[in-house]
Design a protein around this ligand. Structure first.
Ligand SMILES: *[C@@H]1O[C@H](CO)[C@@H](O)[C@H](O)[C@H]1NC(C)=O
Ligand SMILES: *[C@@H]1O[C@H](CO)[C@@H](O)[C@H](O)[C@H]1NC(C)=O
Ligand SMILES: *[C@@H]1O[C@H](CO)[C@@H](O)[C@H](O)[C@H]1NC(C)=O
Ligand SMILES: *[C@@H]1O[C@H](CO)[C@@H](O)[C@H](O)[C@H]1NC(C)=O
Ligand SMILES: [Mg+2]
Length: 261
């Protein structure tokens, strides 16, 4: 019999507390991980999953298609345990210190760019039942999940979002989700606490076949041409924070599950 790891209970409690009404979906969909060390410290012969994750987060390993099969348990423990939350908190805390330190002119032109998937909304309930990134991306099943509109908020990002609003900073969501998912995305964002924004930019047909790096750079440039100042920019992919007009500072949230160029 498998024992429910403490970390998973903690994760579920956190997620359930931020997504009232969705408990049945989440509790039934997240499978029980085999407890190892409970702290994302499991080792795999011949491969250090921690070294792999570090190389991925620092953009040294690029263009990868899936998490090494041997690291499924490791990544699962990392995501569902305390470490993912703690790593995210360090990032959003630095982001807040940066925003707070700026002498912002009160002309309504200061914006913060947030990516959506794995930055403001979490698809962990989907990835937890689809191998934590060890399976090739399946657009059909992923879009089915997105269309449910029940992705929970990343708690630390939501806190940062709320604090930025108190500074009078406007929020721009810039996402690789397509225009056809505008309604579900907007409803999902509002349901989990992101009540307001200046713009919700989705990937239009003009960018079909273009990388996220190209699309996001072009959209940020449009913002700047319209007179907005991007004071900060947060995303889970390097393609969210590299390119042109990236903003005064960029913040990389953890994501060891997938890579988008
Ligand atoms: C903040 O900005 C305003 C207007 O741009 C300027 O007048 C003021 O001196 C600045 N204050 C500090 C502490 O830099
Ligand atoms: C992708 O997901 C769809 C919908 O769940 C499923 O029918 C299909 O078999 C999956 N494709 C692969 C290659 O696993
Ligand atoms: C948008 O989504 C909401 C909630 O799911 C739904 O009630 C509404 O009919 C949708 N609107 C459009 C235009 O699809
Ligand atoms: C923010 O970035 C803009 C554009 O690069 C630059 O002009 C401005 O001085 C920067 N502001 C701060 C506070 O670093
Ligand atoms: Mg993302």
């Amino acid at each position: 019999m498998e024992i429910l790891p403490v970390a998973l209970v903690f994760f579920l409690a956190t997620i359930v507390s931020t997504t009232q009404g969705y408990e049945p979906v989440l509790t039934h969909h997240i499978h029980l991980l085999k407890p190892k060390t409970g702290g994302a410290r499991g080792s795999v012969p011949g491969l250090s999953c921690l070294s792999w994750r570090l190389a991925v987060e620092t953009n040294n390993i690029i263009n990868w298609k899936k998490v090494p099969a041997e690291c499924e348990g490791y990544v699962g423990h990392y995501m569902l345990g305390h470490q993912y939350r703690k790593d995210s908190k360090v990032v959003t805390n630095e982001a807040w210190l940066h925003a707070k330190s700026l002498n912002l002119t009160k002309d309504g032109k200061n914006v913060w760019v947030f990516d959506i998937d794995e930055t403001t909304l979490s698809n962990l309930p989907y990835y937890a039942v689809n191998g934590f990134g060890t399976e090739l991306y399946n657009a059909t099943s992923f879009n089915e999940w997105v269309l449910k509109g029940i992705a929970p908020a990343l708690p630390e990002s939501l806190k940062l979002y709320k604090k930025l609003l108190t500074l009078g900073v406007k929020v721009v969501f810039l996402t690789g989700r397509g225009e056809d998912q505008r309604n579900v995305t907007s409803t999902n964002l509002k349901n989990v606490g992101y009540h307001t924004w200046e713009k919700l930019i989705l990937k239009g047909s003009a960018y079909t076949g273009k990388t996220s790096y190209v699309y996001k750079s072009a959209e940020r440039t449009k913002l700047v041409k319209r007179g907005f100042r991007i004071i900060g920019n947060a995303g889970d992919q390097w393609s969210d924070i590299l390119g042109t007009n990236v903003g005064n500072r960029t913040f990389k949230l953890p994501d060891p599950i997938y890579y988008i160029s």
